[in-house]
Design a protein around this ligand. Structure first.
Ligand SMILES: [Zn+2]
Ligand SMILES: [Zn+2]
Length: 280
């Protein structure tokens, strides 16, 4: 049998009506994503190039359809032709473009983080007074370059070998937030609240606050080596579940009385003896 070239007008009709969506993907799972594919001859006679004998299929489905093994006997010509008619109707109604929009919700967002993480404590003067300790991740910038809104969650992970301690972010009342930053000489920026909603094509900047236990978050089991500890921020895009982590490279405790004085700190252990900031 000669493989005759499909006349251009017939080929154009097949490609346009199907919008290069695979007839069998649509038959089996209503899949309307664009595929690399070919035009299949439904009666498997390559010289029969009548439009009614042709259907667009993805590469896998084309070879599956053409293979004569027993398990493929269940795709009959009339079944495929009926699916093709359904597919052409769906394309004519524009259902494939809606499917494309959903699939590119694989959004393009990024986080920039210079790496600063500070350990600060604050006394709330009440009856009784309470000391609270925080980790502040400094100077985050989130950029959403997609047209869709992106919602992110975050956890702070303190990692020791295979042990990971996770902390959720904290939402501090605004007046306290501004005074806390001032007290420790941290640049005034908004507190980023989570889930963080980034409208399409937008960017936002700020710090992220996490509560830390006064006596530290605890140590890893077995062979815990403080110098191997790592703090990282793990972000998750709520819709796609795509995750992205950034590592804190400078972990320090600023001195409230002298903002230039920084000491080493370890979030696994009790905080340094820096004088806490007091708030009425
Ligand atoms: Zn397919
Ligand atoms: Zn074929």
């Amino acid at each position: 049998m000669d493989r005759k070239r499909i006349p251009t007008d017939v080929e154009t009709a097949v490609l346009t009506k199907s919008a290069r969506r695979c007839t069998l993907c649509f038959l089996l799972s209503r899949d309307l994503k664009e595929k690399h594919g070919q035009i299949a001859h439904l009666d498997q006679d390559p010289s029969n190039c009548a439009e009614d004998n042709l259907a667009f299929m993805c590469l896998e489905h084309h070879s599956l359809y053409d293979s004569r093994t027993s398990q493929h006997k269940n795709y009959t010509i009339s079944e495929v032709k009926a699916a093709r008619a359904d597919l052409h109707r769906a394309i004519a109604l524009g259902k494939h473009t809606a499917a494309d929009e959903r699939s590119d919700v694989i959004t393009e967002w990024e986080v920039r983080y210079p790496g600063g993480l500070v350990d600060v404590s604050m006394v709330r003067r009440g009856q009784p007074a309470s000391l609270v300790r925080f980790a502040i991740g400094e100077d985050f910038t989130f950029i959403n370059s997609s047209p869709h809104q992106v919602s992110l969650s975050v956890i702070l992970l303190i990692v020791y070998g295979c042990t990971q301690l996770a902390v959720d972010p904290y939402n501090m009342p605004l007046p306290e937030w501004a005074r806390l930053l001032t007290a420790f000489g941290i640049r005034q920026k908004p507190q980023l609240l989570f889930p963080l909603n980034l409208p399409g094509r937008s960017a936002v900047e700020g710090h992220i606050l996490f509560p830390i236990r006064r006596d530290g978050q605890g140590r890893g089991i077995g062979g815990d080596a403080p110098e191997k500890r790592q703090c990282l921020f793990e972000f998750e895009e709520l819709l796609t579940k795509r995750r992205c982590a950034v590592v804190a490279s400078v972990v320090s405790a600023p001195d409230r009385d002298n903002h230039q004085c920084y000491v080493q700190t370890d979030f696994a252990l009790p905080g340094p003896n820096q004088e806490p900031f007091s708030i009425e």
